[in-house]
Design a protein around this ligand. Structure first.
Ligand code: BGC
Length: 721
């Protein structure tokens, strides 16, 4: 008997365990091993709630590496690897554990590093360090996987950690963006130019709409028409190499058409601005339509409701390519079509002020926007590209939608559908298969049928149009400010238990069965819709890449935060300094960790301006604008220096002073504290339980007259779910 025990111990100590030793220790192929283990009846399975093991990893800031930690029920040995999806090839190296751990490092064929205990020692955790390999791209997709040997005949196969992208979601990541990256700021003509009816400019839909609701702040705005050189000086003061601005259609074509005549003063104005930018080493990034379409065309045929606008927009685009294309190499056809279509043709919060109770007009308007985009892209492609060598893209905006419970497939589906109904509505025709997302087609067709309609409320693209739409972008601009949590419910209420208004029931009315909320820990700024959620940037990029397989150039074409009006103004805008530190670091992560071809960051916005229907009371600017002064004097806020440090250093190089500051302030910037000061007394007293529709609209606020209708309709819809 005694010799039997001794023999058993000998095998044990040698780590052989004969027939039941894990085969990868003997150098066989691991996938074969996994099969063998299972056929031998071992206890094995992927990481699940049943698994007694967990692999976790955290980033070691000081040494720029990951500490990986396998823990669980006691185990005897473990094979630990860093891997990419779809590959069993290990990436990088694990450092051996300290001598005292009693574990030894052994190498087992090509399968990577394995840490095994060759003595009869059981443990319930090991900690290892993974050195980040030099020059590895797309680190974000890597994850850690452990094959745990519990007993000689009891294994647990492939217990996984989250991916590095997930593990790095909230951490500061020192690093830089490539040379040539566009560091920029963005503005829009209506919000800054003023001179609404000067020098030949025609009336825009925003001029008309604002006047009709008694608002005249856009008439002079920040007077950039007059003082554009001052804008360029300020951009220079920010250390930027680019500027995104928009052209006012009616400054070029006063009645919206070429037949109505080209306004030379308008051409001169933009020529001067473009030349001034170029002289100062700044790349112009030009939007053709940032919401201020010609009022004459709205009066003539209902603007975006008529397909006549496709030709007129194309003519306008052609005039711009012809006049400025020798110097402008980045064209954006539309800024955030979802916002102006929904705002103007859905919820009456923007011109032309249509309250679309039938839920038809917004789809018609969007249809013509997409057609107009595709047409303008083809015009550039066919008539200008060869000579001008520029690019034409579009700027899309969507809040990021995260499933409230990632383990609930219904919530996951809801979050996906939200993206499809907001982003995909425009992205799928242009970056996807040329048509609307199938989910939209099916769901709107079904509800149209239920409503007794003979055809879907969603218009249909012809086969020819689908082909014409597809691939009509040389880059994508994404405006990314914030995120929402989406959850499935068949009883949506106006305000959820945390007090959050179910904004999506109004803004995404055909997506029924879901509700939105926010995580109460996300810091809130002045504009209640904007919760500070920096990781929305990477999530949205990742979603876009995966959904459209789009490997082209990405730009973050807008992001920013506002403060209320204060007297005297609060120039030490610590909230904005935090915000830009957090959000610029996201693009560094997207480039370094996720391998995204990201080419530019555009802060919204250069100076306090006319925030659409909110007028001059929402201050998004890096520079303060004194609206009481006829010259609209500007003063840099504290964030000018912060943004400048980041832009002139191309991000956060290791060891730079501002990198260390960002590192130090990182956790604090994720708390509510820095943002609280941005909020007005009035808003500060607002309890979370009483927000209204007015509080939730980005840039536009539904007029009180429409609110009751909106809420009433919402209730009716909910009852019909
Ligand atoms: C728009 C800007 C607006 C900003 C802040 C963006 O959606 O493009 O024009 O000022 O949001 O609301």
């Amino acid at each position: 008997m005694k010799w039997l025990v001794l023999l058993a111990l000998l095998f044990w100590t040698a780590g052989l365990c004969s027939a039941s030793a894990p085969c990868w220790l003997q150098g066989a192929d691991e996938s074969a091993c996994a099969g063998m283990m299972l056929t031998r009846g071992a206890t094995a399975g992927p990481q699940s709630t049943l698994s007694p093991y967990r692999v976790a990893a955290d980033y070691d800031k000081a040494h720029h590496r990951f500490n990986v930690h396998v823990a669980g029920d006691e185990f005897r040995s473990v094979l630990l690897q860093a891997r990419r999806p779809g590959s069993t090839e290990p990436v990088g190296t694990f450092l051996p554990p300290s001598e005292r751990s009693g574990l030894k490092r052994i190498t087992c064929s090509s399968q990577g590093d394995s840490i095994t205990n060759r003595r009869p020692l059981f443990t319930n955790e090991i900690r290892l360090t993974w050195e980040i390999p030099e020059g590895e791209s797309k680190l974000g997709e890597i994850y850690f996987v452990a094959t745990v040997v519990r007993r000689c005949n009891s294994y647990w196969v492939n217990v996984q950690s989250q991916s590095v992208a997930e593990l790095t979601r909230d951490i500061f990541w020192p690093g830089t963006v490539p040379e040539g990256y566009l560091w920029s700021t963005a503005t829009a003509s209506y919000q800054i130019e003023g001179a609404w009816n000067h020098a030949g400019k025609g009336e825009s839909m925003w001029d008309h709409y604002a006047h009709s609701v008694g608002s005249y702040e856009g008439d002079e705005a920040t007077k950039s028409y007059e003082y554009y050189s001052r804008d360029v000086e300020e951009i220079d003061g920010l250390g930027l190499n680019s500027y995104r601005f928009s052209i006012s259609w009616t400054r070029i074509l006063p009645d919206g058409t070429v037949a109505g005549g080209i306004n030379q003063d308008g051409i001169d104005y933009y020529n001067n601005l473009i030349n001034e930018l170029l002289i100062n080493g700044m790349t112009p990034y030009v939007t053709l339509y940032h919401w201020d379409g010609p009022q004459a065309l709205d009066a003539k045929y209902g603007s975006w409701l008529s397909d006549s606008i496709v030709k007129d927009f194309n003519d306008y685009a052609r005039v711009c390519y012809q006049a400025f294309g020798d110097r402008v190499k980045h064209w954006v056809t539309f800024n955030e079509p979802w916002s102006f279509v929904m705002g103007g043709f859905g919820i009456a919060g923007a011109p032309p002020g249509i309250w679309d109770s039938e839920r038809t007009e917004m789809y018609k308007a969007a249809h013509n926007v997409i057609r107009a985009h595709a047409r303008a892209w083809h015009t550039y492609d066919e008539e200008f590209r060869a000579e001008q060598q520029g690019s034409v893209g579009i700027v899309l905006g969507s809040l990021w939608s995260e499933p409230k419970d990632p383990n609930n497939p219904q919530d996951v589906l809801g979050a996906h559908l939200y993206q499809q109904f907001v982003l995909g509505w425009y992205a799928n025709p242009i970056f996807g298969n040329g048509n609307y997302p199938q989910e939209m087609i099916d769901m709107i067709a079904a509800s149209s049928q239920q409503e007794g309609r003979s055809e879907s409320r969603l218009p249909v693209f012809t086969e020819e149009e689908i082909l014409f739409n597809r691939g009509t972008a040389d880059f994508v601009g994404l405006n990314q400010y914030s995120a929402r949590l989406i959850f499935a419910t068949d009883q949506p209420t106006e305000v959820d238990e945390t007090g959050w208004f179910n904004w999506m029931s109004i803004m995404v009315p055909d997506l029924k069965g879901y509700q939105e909320t926010v995580d109460p820990s996300w810091p809130k700024g002045e504009m209640i819709f904007l919760r500070v959620v920096p990781w929305c940037v990477r999530r949205q990029l990742d979603y876009f890449k995966r959904t459209y397989q789009y490997e082209g150039a990405y730009y973050l074409t807008e992001t920013g935060i506002s403060e209320a009006t204060f007297d005297p103004p609060k120039l030490d805008d610590v909230w904005r300094q935090c915000y830009y530190m957090l959000y610029t670091n996201e693009v560094v992560k997207a480039i370094e960790l996720d391998g995204v071809d990201h080419r530019g960051f555009f802060a919204w916005t250069l100076m306090d301006n006319v925030e659409w229907a909110s007028g001059i009371h929402e201050h998004f600017g890096l520079y303060y604008t004194d609206f009481t002064d006829p010259a609209r004097t500007r003063t840099p806020k504290g964030s000018v220096a912060t943004y400048r440090e980041i832009t002139t250093n191309n991000g956060f190089p290791h060891g730079a002073a501002h990198t260390m500051t960002a590192q130090d302030l990182w956790d604090w910037c994720h708390t509510q504290e820095p943002y609280t000061e941005a909020v007005s007394q009035e808003a500060a007293h607002r309890t979370t339980a009483d927000p209204t529709v007015d509080d939730f609209l980005p840039g536009v606020r539904v007029g009180a007259a429409f609110r009751d209708k909106v809420v009433k309709n919402n209730n009716n819809n909910n009852n019909n779910v």
